[in-house]
Design a protein around this ligand. Structure first.
Ligand SMILES: [Zn+2]
Length: 453
C-alpha cells in the first residue's frame, strides 16, 4: 500500500534531478509537475490508537481533542478506513511544481526566496556570513560538519551555526568551558517545516541588529552566547525549496538512492530518506521501512546520518557532558545551557522524555515549570510527547538531555487559517509566529545560566 504512488511519479522524477541522482536537463527542470498533492485527513477518535498509526508509518501532524490529523496522499484515506477509522479530507496541498527559487536582479544573496518569501539554504548561509561581516564584535559563523550529499561528493552543503554574543576573548569557542552560558536554537531538522527556519533567520537578525539599542538583546548578548543552527537538514530543504511556490513536502534527509526514490516516490504518504529526528542514539528504535516518514536509520543502527553525528558533536562541544545516561540520573550541579528544536505543525511544547510518557525525567519539575512559562507566550500546551500526541523515540531532546544533560525542548508551531500547515503564508511568520516565539527564545536564553534551579 505504501509503495505504489502513481501521483508522485513526476515529483519523483524532478527530485531525481534535484538531488543529483540523474543528469536532469533544463527542459525537465522547467516542466511543472502534474498530479495531485499531499492530502491532510482528519481521523476521528484516533488519539487512543496514535501509536498504531505511527507504527504503520502514517504521518501524524497534529491533534484536536481526540481527533488526529494525518498527511498522506489520495490512497491514505482508504488505508485509514481499512484500519477502522472514520476520516474526512481536511486540507489539500497543491502538487509540487518545478520553479527554482528566484533572486531579483540586484538583490543580495541573502534575499533568494521561494514560496512568497521563505529563504533558501544559500540565502540562510549568506545571511549568516553577512551578519558576521557587519557585526564582527557580535557574530561568528561555525562550520560544524557536512550533509549526507556533501559527504557523498554529490553537491550538498556544509552544516552551519552562528554564535552571537558581545564577544570577549575566548567567546564562541567549540569548548564547553565557556565563560558565558549558552542557548542553542535549531530549525528545519524536518525540511518541509519551513516556518521554523524562517524564525531562526529572523532571530539572528534581531540579535545582531538589536545590540546596543534593544535592552533585552543587549543584556542577553552581554551575558549569554546564543547559537543558532537555522537549517539542521539542508539537503532536505534543497528538495523542498525546488518546489518554488508549491514546495515539495519532503521531511527527511537526502540519504537515498535513485532506486529508493523510484520505489517510494516523494509524497507525504511515502518518501525516501532517513528521518533525522528518529536517528539520535538514546532509547533509539529501529525502523528500516525506507518509505516511511519515520525511517530511523540507513544502516540498521542509531546515529547513521552525518547530520545527526555532527549535531551531537556540536552539542558535546558546546555543553559538555553533565549527566550519566540512566533514565533517573540527575544532571550534575554544574550543568547549564538550554536548547530548542523547532518543528511544525502541532502547536505544542514538548519536553523529555519523548520515547515514553510513562517515564519522567529526574528534571521533570523544572522542565514542566519552563514548559508552563513558555506556554504563557504562545498558548501552546506543554508536556511529554506521549501526553500531547504520541511517543517518539530517537528524537533530539532525548539525546541532548539523556546523554549530555542539556535542558532541551521541542516546539511545534501552529497558527490559524493560512498560518496552519507545513507551508503557512509567508506573512504568518511575522504576524503570527514571531511575536510570541521571540519571547520564547529570549526566555530560554535567560534560563541558560541555571535551568535546573
Ligand atoms: Zn517535525
Amino acid at each position: 500500500m505504501r509503495n505504489s504512488r502513481a501521483a508522485t511519479t513526476v515529483a519523483a522524477a524532478l527530485l531525481l534531478a534535484s538531488v543529483g541522482l540523474t543528469t536532469g536537463t533544463s527542459a525537465q527542470a522547467n516542466t511543472p509537475a502534474s498530479g495531485q498533492g499531499p492530502v491532510e485527513y482528519r481521523v476521528h477518535d484516533a488519539l487512543a490508537r496514535a501509536q498504531t498509526l505511527d507504527a504503520v508509518g502514517l504521518d501524524i501532524v497534529k491533534r484536536q481533542g481526540d481527533d488526529l490529523f494525518v498527511v498522506g496522499d489520495e490512497t491514505t484515506g482508504a488505508e485509514l478506513s481499512q484500519l477502522g477509522f472514520r476520516t474526512e479530507v481536511s486540507k489539500r496541498y497543491p502538487a509540487a511544481t518545478w520553479a527554482s527559487p528566484r533572486l531579483a536582479p540586484g538583490a543580495a544573496p541573502q534575499d533568494e526566496t521561494y514560496d512568497g518569501g521563505y529563504h533558501t539554504v544559500n540565502a540562510h548561509y549568506a545571511n549568516l556570513t553577512a551578519a558576521a561581516t557587519a557585526h564582527p564584535d557580535l557574530a561568528t559563523v561555525v562550520d560544524y560538519g557536512q550533509s549526507w550529499l556533501k559527504q557523498q561528493g554529490r553537491g550538498g552543503y556544509d552544516l552551519k551555526a552562528i554564535c552571537i554574543t558581545k564577544k570577549v576573548s575566548g567567546d564562541c569557542a567549540l569548548n564547553p568551558n565557556s565563560t558565558k552560558p549558552r542557548f542553542l536554537l535549531q530549525a528545519q531538522i524536518h525540511a518541509r517545516e519551513i516556518a521554523t527556519g524562517e524564525l531562526a533567520y529572523k532571530y539572528v537578525n534581531y540579535l545582531v541588529s538589536g545590540y546596543g539599542t534593544d535592552s533585552t538583546v543587549t543584556n542577553l548578548l552581554n551575558t549569554t552566547e546564543i547559537w543558532v543552527v537555522p537549517i539542521v537538514n539542508p539537503d532536505g530543504v534543497n528538495i523542498v525549496q525546488r518546489g518554488g511556490n508549491n514546495p515539495v513536502l519532503h521531511r527527511k534527509n537526502a540519504d537515498f538512492t535513485s532506486a529508493d526514490l523510484s520505489r517510494c516516490g516523494d509524497s507525504a504518504g511515502s518518501q525516501p530518506g532517513v528521518d533525522n529526528n528518529r536517528n539520535f542514539g538514546y532509547h533509539w528504535q529501529s525502523n528500516t521501512s525506507k518509505c516511511d516518514q519515520t525511517t530511523s536509520t540507513s544502516n540498521g543502527s542509531a546515529d547513521s546520518e552525518p547530520e545527526n553525528k555532527a549535531l551531537e558533536q556540536l552539542w558535546s562541544q558546546l555543553f559538555g557532558d553533565h549527566r550519566a545516561d540512566g533514565a533517573s540520573d540527575k544532571p550534575d550541579a554544574s550543568a547549564r545551557g538550554t536548547a530548542l528544536m523547532l518543528h511544525s505543525y502541532a502547536g505544542i511544547i514538548i519536553l523529555p522524555w519523548e520515547y515514553s510518557n510513562t517515564v519522567h525525567t529526574p528534571s521533570d519539575t523544572q522542565f514542566r515549570a519552563m514548559g508552563k512559562a513558555m506556554s504563557a507566550f504562545s498558548g501552546y500546551p506543554y508536556g511529554q510527547a506521549g501526553d500531547l500526541l504520541y511517543n517518539a523515540a530517537g528524537g533530539s531532546d532525548d539525546y541532548a538531555y539523556g546523554k549530555l544533560g542539556i535542558a532541551s525542548f521541542t516546539i511545534e508551531l501552529e497558527g490559524p487559517g493560512a498560518c496552519d500547515g507545513f507551508t503557512p503564508s509567508y506573512s504568518c511568520v511575522n504576524s503570527t509566529f514571531w511575536p510570541y516565539m521571540v519571547k520564547t527564545f529570549n526566555y530560554l536564553a535567560s534560563k541558560a545560566p541555571s535551568p535546573y534551579n
